[in-house]
Design a protein around this ligand. Sequence first.
Ligand code: BTN
Length: 245
Amino acid sequence: MEIRTFDALGSTNQYCKLLDLKQTEEFTIIWALSQPEGIGQRGNRWESEAGKNLTFSIILHPTFLPPQHQYLLTKVLALGISDYLIDLLSNEAIHIKWPNDIYVDKRKICGILVENHIGQKFESAVCGIGFNVNQSSFSDWIPNPISLSQITGMEYDLQTILEALVTAISERYNQLREGLIDRLDKEYLSRLLYLNERHTYRYLGEEICATITGVNAFGHLLLQTDDGKTIVAQMKEIELLLTGE
Ligand code: BTN
């Protein structure tokens, strides 16, 4: 693992676009202490107080992964980060909110933005991770945020956590390389937030009540509606309507 540390970068994922990724070693980490223009899922901003949290991108070359299985990389990241948290916070409920948000007790501690570069085959992936560590309060517009120090009351050394997170991710990445797909699938599903529970979603602009039943091989969310219909939803099509628990 090579960590390249910067005092400030607009966005670590954007910075990676300036690199010749093919010439960049596997598990090169681009880490910014301050990231004023962080990018989130669905075109949202990722806001993070300077010097308080981890905002970094991991460069990978999953050339062994068929492009149609690219969703497995998302699982690897979500599993690695949740492994780390399960180890650290043994008595807390750690979940993965589809597709790859990490939640502690219904609050989001970590967001992931994967940008894949696929030509004839899988060439590289920029895996952007925003992990809330020492921040003590968040802007009102951020839905359900939480940081590690809000959970435990402790202050953490960012580099130590960064290294532990990347180690946990690399262990899961090795499982992917070894082809342990069933194991990754099962463990991902076992951590999925609201699996087999009925909740309210906005699906294609309409409010619906449905139950998550799984995730298919392409990473699409499977749900069953109250009248027994199966929905296969892509990320842009569906949104969980949080109840503010
Ligand atoms: C989400 O919306 O949940 C995804 C958030 C991803 C944020 C990280 S922070 C490091 C990397 N650089 C970015 O600009 N975004 C990702």
